[in-house]
Design a binder for this molecule. Structure first.
Ligand code: FES
Ligand SMILES: [Fe+2]
Length: 410
């Protein structure tokens, strides 16, 4: 379905019945969804620890023994290259009395030694220590707890559930779009974390809609056509579609996101939409700022949205990609991690400059942080009541359906 059609099909909210929990389709969520500590606790197992989240790129850990930590609330995964071609993830929890093993956020090691009583584990998580543990002690019973990890085209995803949703449908259906940009042959040029003083849903909802883009993001609004009224949308979309083949691109529309998620599978989606003619990519000048990704041959004045799981979003220009990961850091706080990716053979200072690469989404994210925090402050008031969503906020509505479903699943 075209983006424009999807937008239109989400109208007529007011006629839909109230849900059993009192919330109303087409309206923002009730205050308790953002404020109730019991709901936040419920969200941990139902959503946070049960979602695939982008944690980094295989090129971040090129050598055997290279590792980095990925933390989500109380859980931390050690993501390590345990042999030439194997990347594994383990919980950062010693099997003796539970101390954390790794304190440095990244490094290169031959094994992991616990800072407490010095139990030592191999890179594959197997325990080596037997010191003072007696005859009957079997080190093989005390390997590190494995954490679910999947690698899709060089992109590392982790999941803290013992029974995670499957990623096989996402991997299969996103193969076409991902191949265009050859993410395996990219690298993270810059990674920055932006703390946000707001509940994670306020942060995530903001990313689902571009109703706020024109008033809040002048830089974004001058290049991205998602800001134009829907009746004008195809005027921009069609010229981009006409140019795609010559640039080495293909058109895909994939929507297994939010309420379209298949049971037992992680959610995912992909679409492409036009930039204004003045812009070949998401740069201040509109000119390219890095070498073309993958086997692309030119600029179709387009950008792709791709998502895997509820927290990870890609915006893919022809010469670079931006990955946003929105996660909770507490009941009232969240975080946006942004990763800027370029071709792995691109040289900083020569092929790309950090300031040019990060300009748009650094500025846009700071503006987002301001409006998200203001939104949370208003929700904190006892006077906050759910308000009606616009057609441009159709994904916020779909998110709400999905969200409530997750909480009320058995
Ligand atoms: S807690 Fe790790 S060695 Fe004791
Ligand atoms: Fe925004």
């Amino acid at each position: 379905m075209k983006v424009q059609e999807k937008r239109a099909s989400m109208g007529d909210y007011a006629s839909r019945p109230r849900r059993a929990d009192g919330s109303q389709p087409g309206w923002s969520l009730p205050r308790r969804a953002y404020k109730d500590p019991a709901i936040y606790e419920q969200e941990k197992e139902a959503i946070f620890y049960n979602s695939w989240i982008f944690a980094g790129h295989v090129n971040d850990i090129p050598g055997v023994g290279d590792y980095f930590l990925y933390t989500l609330l109380d859980e931390t995964a050690i993501i390590v290259r345990s042999s030439e071609n194997v990347i594994e993830a383990f919980y950062n929890v010693c099997r003796h009395r539970g101390s954390i093993l790794c304190k440095e956020s990244k490094g290169s090691v031959k094994g992991f030694t616990c800072p407490y009583h010095a139990w030592t584990y191999k890179l594959d998580g197997k325990l080596m220590t037997k010191r003072s543990m007696g005859q009957d002690f079997s080190p093989e019973d005390f390997s590190l707890h494995p954490c679910a990890i999947e690698i899709i085209d060089g992109l590392i995803f982790v999941n803290f559930s013992p029974t995670p949703n499957k990623l096989d449908r996402a991997r299969e259906e996103l193969k076409g779009p991902l191949t265009l940009f050859d993410f395996e042959a990219t690298k993270v040029a810059v990674h920055r974390s932006y703390p946000i003083a707001a509940n994670w849903k306020v942060t995530l909802e903001n990313y689902q809609e571009c109703y706020h883009c024109t008033p809040s993001h002048p830089e974004y609004a001058q290049m991205h056509t998602l800001t134009v009224p829907e009746h004008q949308f195809d005027n921009y979309q069609q010229p981009m579609l006409d140019k795609m083949a010559a640039c080495g691109l293909k058109h895909y529309e994939i929507d297994q996101q939010w309420d379209h998620q298949e049971t037992g599978q992680e959610q995912y989606g992909y679409s492409r939409y036009a930039l204004f003619e003045t812009h070949q990519t998401g740069s201040q000048s509109g000119e390219p700022i890095a070498p073309l990704l993958g086997s692309l041959k030119g600029f179709d004045h387009g950008a792709s949205d791709l998502n895997i799981g509820p927290f990870t979003y890609f915006l893919i220009y022809n010469d670079h990609a931006v990955i946003y990961v929105f996660t909770p850091t507490g009941p009232d706080t969240s975080q946006c991690d942004i990763y800027w990716l370029v071709r792995s053979d691109a040289e900083e200072g020569f092929d790309y400059k950090i300031d040019e690469l990060t300009w748009l989404w650094h500025e846009t994210t700071l503006a987002d942080e301001r409006i998200i925090v203001d939104n949370q402050k208003g929700i904190n008031s006892r006077l906050y009541k759910p308000g009606p969503l616009s057609k441009m906020e159709y994904l916020v509505d779909r998110f709400s359906h999905w969200y409530l479903d997750q909480l009320h699943k058995d």
